[in-house]
Design a protein around this ligand. Structure first.
Ligand code: ZN
Length: 572
């Protein structure tokens, strides 16, 4: 009986061979656009049973340039990507392991990503320095916060969609009713907004994100949109053309949970959208950054619900008034105006008594500022907030302002600072508990109840990078297996978990046993108990087949950083 202990970290270090490119010429990439480029690590992988590069450096470079061009033009120059392509990384296990049924799902997809990150790190890449980890070929295309699995760098429309997910953007839905009306009872149809890259269809690369999404991403600021709380005629420019100083969208508070967004598109080459307005509901929880929460979507309203086809969704001048009796809001399109760029005149009326609705507070960050700010040490958060119903001074009509700090993924906030009730809305925050990583600082303002008894909230956020004194946790995952191991044996493994930062933020300890035929014969999961020695044990493992088994241990922390260790053992 022999136990072979192979440390996962003992892989040879290769020289970094990266291709670095940035899509915009340096003459154009000035000011905030350069600062807010997302750093993308494009990990090019192959497998022992699927050897060799799937795509050329030229294809990767074209894909990254296309994505950069797309983001720069749709974000009005505020976003882009700076991509690093890794050398070809050989994955530690064969494709047949990750991909038994054609497309790896759930855990296997996660393992594929974790293994690729391990291999990239072993090859000398500083994986924590990147905002987006993009793995290709990914055997199935998908994306979650900060991560993209991409099949083919040439299918740029899909990449745009998945990169949208990696920026925390959920699918763009439509509202489908059961009663033949536009706003009646019904359901949110996933992918239903065919005018948005987060909706269905093959031409996603041609489409801009909707205006609610652009606002969420910070590409449209408070000054680029109009919050409508009074009857009037409002002009909006085509938001898929360069910004010109005209308003790019109307935001109309509908109730405590929803806003209307009214927008106009010109560049799709589509007759209806080029002559009418797209009208959407935005659930306010859309802005909570959590793509897995229910009701976080935008829903495109179908102004011609008699047909099942969503492509006739736009509200046209010939349609007259669209009436939302429940909310007391009516909207009609007066017509196109030949400004530069082309614009649309939209009339809005409120049929409920004045004061029944409360416009959400207007809110913006003073610091940190910009979508890729750096923070460190004792840092200051500051915002300006006012209630558009009560004038424009900072603090008018505001009951409280709260700052919250979020880490990656869908974890609860790391910190919720005490509410501030009077301007300046300014608070110090000590970053010494944070590691070097990306965070989101969220600010929420609540307005006081107005004459109608309503209140409303609004929130905004910035993504920051913390340059704290702490390094990312380098978790040591040492493994000891009990011996001897026989066919029907008690299995026992000890995993030593050590967080050099002493942050005690170990979230998960897991182990898998993989048989000589690469079947998974055991899985263990332990809740976090901080650093220490974890024992994974099973009284009667049935190792029916003699041969070399693999035990894989993984430790993850709350920021979803993980470390693995692998040991093999032989069953005789
Ligand atoms: Zn999707």
């Amino acid at each position: 009986m022999r136990i072979v202990h192979a440390l996962g970290r003992s892989l040879p270090l290769f020289a970094v061979a990266s291709v670095l490119f940035s899509g915009a010429s340096s003459a154009l990439a000035v000011g905030p656009s350069a600062a807010s480029d997302r750093a993308v690590l494009l990990m090019h992988v192959d497998f022992s049973d699927a050897r060799g590069p799937s795509f050329s450096d030229g294809e990767f470079s074209r894909a990254a340039r296309s994505l950069d061009r797309y983001l720069k033009s749709t974000s009005y120059g505020l976003a882009g990507v700076e991509a690093t392509v890794t050398k070809l990384l050989r994955m530690p296990r064969p494709l047949s392991y990750y991909n038994p049924s054609g497309t790896p799902k759930g855990g296997l997809r996660g393992e594929l990503m974790a293994d690729a990150l391990d291999m990239a790190e072993a090859a000398g890449y500083d994986i924590d320095a990147y905002d987006i980890h993009w793995l290709t070929p990914g055997q199935g295309t998908t994306g979650v916060a900060g991560k993209v699995w991409g099949n083919n760098p040439n299918s740029i429309g899909i990449i745009v969609h998945e990169v949208g997910h990696s920026l925390n953007i959920p699918h763009a839905n439509s509202w489908r009713t059961n009663d033949g009306t536009t706003t009646g009872s019904g359901y949110s149809k996933e992918y239903g907004n065919r005018f948005d890259p987060m909706g269905a269809g093959k031409d996603r690369y041609q489409r801009h994100f909707n205006t609610a999404t652009k606002y969420l991403l910070g590409w449209l600021g408070e000054g680029d949109i109009t919050t409508v709380t009074k009857d009037g005629i409002y002009r909006i420019q085509a938001h898929d053309r360069p910004l010109s100083g005209m308003s790019a969208a109307l935001r109309i508070p509908r109730n405590r949970k929803q806003n209307y967004w009214v927008e106009f598109r010109d560049a799709l080459g589509d007759r209806r959208s080029a002559n009418g307005a797209l009208v959407m509901w935005e659930n306010l929880s859309f802005q909570y950054l959590n793509p897995n929460q229910s009701d976080t979507h935008t829903n495109l309203l179908d102004m011609h619900p008699a047909t099942a086809d969503i492509r006739d969704a736009p509200l046209l001048p010939t349609d007259g008034w669209f009436d939302d009796d429940e909310a007391g809001i009516r909207i009609r399109v007066l017509g196109k105006v030949q400004t530069t760029p082309v614009s649309l005149d939209v009339e809005v009326q409120f049929t409920h008594p004045a004061g029944a609705l409360d416009a959400p507070p207007s809110l913006s960050f003073v610091q940190p500022f910009g979508t890729a700010s750096s923070i460190g040490g004792t840092t200051v958060f500051e915002a300006i907030a006012h209630d558009p119903d009560r004038g424009t001074a900072n603090g008018d009509g505001i009951e409280s302002v709260v700052f919250e700090v979020y880490g990656g993924g869908n974890e609860p906030p790391i910190a919720v600072l005490p509410p501030i009730t009077e301007p300046p809305y300014r608070q110090e925050f000590d970053t010494s508990g944070l590691v070097d990583a990306g965070y989101t600082v969220l600010c929420r303002a609540t307005s006081t109840a107005n004459a109608g008894g309503n209140f409303s909230t609004d929130l905004t956020y910035v993504r920051v990078r913390c340059n704290g004194a702490n390094r990312s946790p380098k978790i040591v995952c040492g493994l000891a297996l009990a011996s001897p191991i026989t066919k029907a044996s008690q299995f026992r493994a000890e995993i030593v978990v050590n967080d050099p930062n002493g942050l005690e933020d170990i979230a998960k300890v897991q182990g898998w046993i993989v048989s000589p035929t690469r079947a998974r014969v055991g899985k263990f999961s332990l809740k976090h108990e901080g650093a220490g020695v974890y024992t994974l044990a099973h009284p009667h493992m049935n190792f029916s087949r003699p041969g070399t088994y693999t035990f894989i241990a993984r430790v993850s922390d709350r920021r979803q950083l993980s470390r693995r260790d692998v040991a093999t053992f032989i069953v005789k």
